[in-house]
Design a protein around this ligand. Structure first.
Ligand code: 16G
Length: 168
């Protein structure tokens, strides 16, 4: 089972320029065994996520159909996940009951940087958010990544660019 069945199909062509040993595809329910959590641990603290915890969360995401779109790039020789990114769809009453997209958990494995995998993933998520008719997409990132996201068309909104949070 994969998280998204129709909107993103298995695809080798978009990662072809990086070699034919890679595949862009939706996150799958058995990707815990393919190093998905190890990859995420290069982004932030993951804690200990067992296979059961992973599949339970995966299944509940899948039930919320149309909400979670998680894509990965797999090294098909090593059978491990080397890059990932998510688009989360938030339903709104504003904007004619529109959809807001949130780009989350973008990470490329340290051994696989410089292959444009991050760009391929973000651009794919942007294209997906257009198909899903989001009125906007947004993300939070480190200062050091601002110019990278700017290069893909993200802008800091003038007068409304304060990201606020409360750690709980
Ligand atoms: C970054 C990520 C965000 C992730 C957070 C984890 C992108 C664009 N942003 O902000 O999705 O959830 O890091 O940091 O990938 P945290 O553990 O402090 O929440």
């Amino acid at each position: 089972a994969t998280l998204i069945d129709d909107t993103i199909t298995d695809d080798q062509t978009s990662v072809d320029d990086a070699g034919c040993n890679y595949r862009l595809r939706p996150l799958s329910s058995n990707d815990h065994a393919h190093g998905y959590m190890d990859l995420l641990s290069q982004l932030t603290k993951t804690g200990n996520v067992t296979r059961l915890m992973f599949t339970t969360t995966f299944d509940s995401m899948r039930k919320d159909s149309g909400t979670y779109f998680i894509i990965v790039i797999e090294d098909t020789v090593k059978k491990c996940i080397v890059a990932t990114g998510s688009l989360i769809i938030e339903k709104k009453f504003i904007h004619q009951c529109g959809h807001r997209g949130r780009i989350e958990d973008i990470v490329v494995h340290s051994d696989y940087r410089g292959k444009r995998f991050g760009k391929i993933i973000v651009q794919r998520l942007i294209a997906l958010s257009r198909v899903l008719k989001c009125y906007k997409i947004s993300l939070e990132c480190k200062d050091s990544n601002v110019s990278w996201y700017s290069s893909m068309g993200f802008v800091r909104e003038p007068g409304n660019s304060n990201f606020m949070q409360m750690r709980l």
